[in-house]
Design a protein around this ligand. Structure first.
Ligand code: UN1
Length: 501
């Protein structure tokens, strides 16, 4: 693999930021690291609790007028943002590669996901529908109307440093909310780029740029505790969610949580194995196994498990691992040493549970710097032990055998997380049974667990946190609902037939 120096990568990052129009960070204490070389691209200024509060102040003030702008007019801002995302798609994608280590195709896909959700939000701005219900009283109308909620705090993770922000920001803005974004401390430069594009979009359509605020550094607790943050949308670990949720609940704020996943795919005897193998490899090894939706458990019918493992072994040996800037590479680096250590520890744990590492797990190339390139691992497990039920954010796929579909679905469900799941089968009875019985927020047929489209609601159950963002009617989380009863008669009949005096 080619090994660019950190200096080269830093220069590239600066060129990209400049072309987007971002002010280059000149000083600061937060290192923007690249997993490609392990070096530091720049240092970014961090917020203090006081400056984060000031950002919340500005967003709260901006909300007072933004909420009164008609939703279709609010969409102009999102349309302007989408146009800039189209214009700077390759620059932004390359920054994602530099900071998160994604290969070009996936980085471009992530920016496309932002464009897609902007388009969705633009259409949505004319479809924030409320119901009209039949009133039980004569001369009365019963209906519901949806109203902007307030300031939305967005805490996002390193693995989708820009798309998950866009899911939240695009929807929140058309819903009439303003946004304070705290990106992952691992990806401050892509955040700077997005914030710049948002400000440019606002300026181009004459919108108060304060509708969007960016805060960097360890100021999550300020967003969590501030009563002006009406909705906190947080993506990250279960540990983080378990801290955040009760604090927001204690002040009666609203939380949208997108936490861990431990996603499984079932392969039944009728499956189209060519298709299944391709779907499995993309979901398990794509993004170096660092998606919330990455495939971590493969549950294969005992009659075909050897065959499936053999085919996957061949595919895994051929996976090009290396510098994500190089053409043809399919697996980039792990985000940092901690991810590498967690993967190694999990592999040791799995082996001591009787598992067998069939392929992968080792560092690729004799790199002598702080970059962690790893061959994705395929591990056969005799049973679903504790390490398999635990989410390790790395490209490890545990393979289990099953005898009946009931057992397979029970294995799928027997983990604390509930984000994504899938089944490979050509048998409709199996497919429908799986859809009805998988306990996850996403249950797919004949595709992998990752790579959801933005049009659906994205999220999961149990320890995944129960939140839904992106498409479908997820927008309802970003608005408050008012139920309205309107009496247009000259009588005052009471509901439930009550007569009062
Ligand atoms: C995430 O990993 O946090 O479904 C989001 C997918 C992507 C989004 C993943 N569209 O894999």
């Amino acid at each position: 693999m080619t090994e660019p120096t950190t200096e080269q990568l830093a220069l590239r990052a600066k060129t990209l930021l400049t072309s987007i129009g971002a002010e280059l960070p000149t000083s600061g204490t937060l290192p923007a690291r690249t997993p490609i070389s392990g070096g530091t691209l720049a240092y970014v200024t961090v917020d203090t609790p006081a400056s984060a509060e000031a950002a919340i102040d500005r967003a709260a003030t901006a909300f007072e007028s933004w909420r009164t702008v008609p939703a279709p007019a609010r969409a102009r801002l999102v349309r302007a943002l989408a146009a800039l995302l189209v214009e700077y798609k390759s620059e932004l994608a390359e920054l994602v590669t530099l900071e998160a280590g994604k290969i070009e195709a996936e980085a471009l896909g992530e920016v496309q996901e932002m464009i897609d959700v902007c388009e969705f939000a633009i259409g949505l701005s004319r479809q924030l529908y409320g119901l009209t219900m039949a009133s039980e009283r004569e001369g009365h109308r019963l209906m519901e109307t949806w109203h902007p909620l307030g300031v939305v705090g967005v805490i996002s993770a390193f693995n989708f440093p820009v798309a998950v922000w866009a899911w939240n920001a695009a929807i929140a803005l058309v819903c009439g909310d303003t946004v304070v974004w705290k990106p992952s401390e691992t990806t401050p430069l892509t955040a700077l780029a997005c914030h710049t594009l948002m400000r440019r979009a606002a300026a181009s359509v004459g919108v108060d740029p304060d509708v969007h605020q960016l805060v960097q550094g360890e100021v999550g607790p300020t967003l969590v505790d501030d009563p002006r943050i009406a909705l906190l949308s947080a993506t990250g670990s279960v540990r983080m969610g378990a801290i955040v949720a009760p604090k927001v609940a204690a002040r009666f704020g609203r939380c949208l949580l997108e936490l861990g996943g431990n996603n499984a795919a079932i392969v039944t005897p009728s499956a189209d194995l060519d298709l299944a193998v391709r779907g499995i490899v993309f979901s398990a090894a794509g993004t170096a196994g660092q998606r919330c939706t990455s495939l971590r458990r493969l549950i294969v019918h005992r009659s075909i498990v050897d065959q499936v493992v053999d085919r996957l072994t061949v595919a895994y040996h051929q996976l090009p691992v290396g510098n994500p800037l190089d053409a043809g590479i399919l697996v980039g680096p792990l985000i940092n040493e901690r991810a590498f250590v967690a993967m190694q520890e999990a592999l040791v744990h799995a082996t001591s549970d009787g598992g067998e590492v069939i392929v992968g797990g080792e560092r690729v190339d004799s790199v002598d710097h702080d970059a962690y390139y790893v061959r994705p691992a395929l591990v056969r497990m005799p049973e679903q032990t504790a390490i398999v039920r635990h989410e390790t954010f790395a490209p490890t796929l545990y393979v289990l055998a099953y005898d009946t579909l009931k057992d397979a679905i029970a294995l799928n469900n027997a983990v604390p997380q509930g984000l994504s799941s899938s089944i490979f089968t050509l048998n409709q009875r199996e497919a429908e049974t799986f859809i009805a019985e998988s306990d996850c927020g996403i249950a797919n047929v004949n595709i992998g667990t990752s790579g959801a489209e933005i049009g659906g609601a994205f999220g999961g159950e149990k320890e995944t946190g129960g939140g839904r963002e992106s498409g479908s009617d997820s927008w309802k989380t970003y608005m408050r609902r008012a139920t309205n009863t309107i009496n247009y008669s000259d009588q005052l009949p009471l509901a439930q037939g009550i007569s009062f005096g």
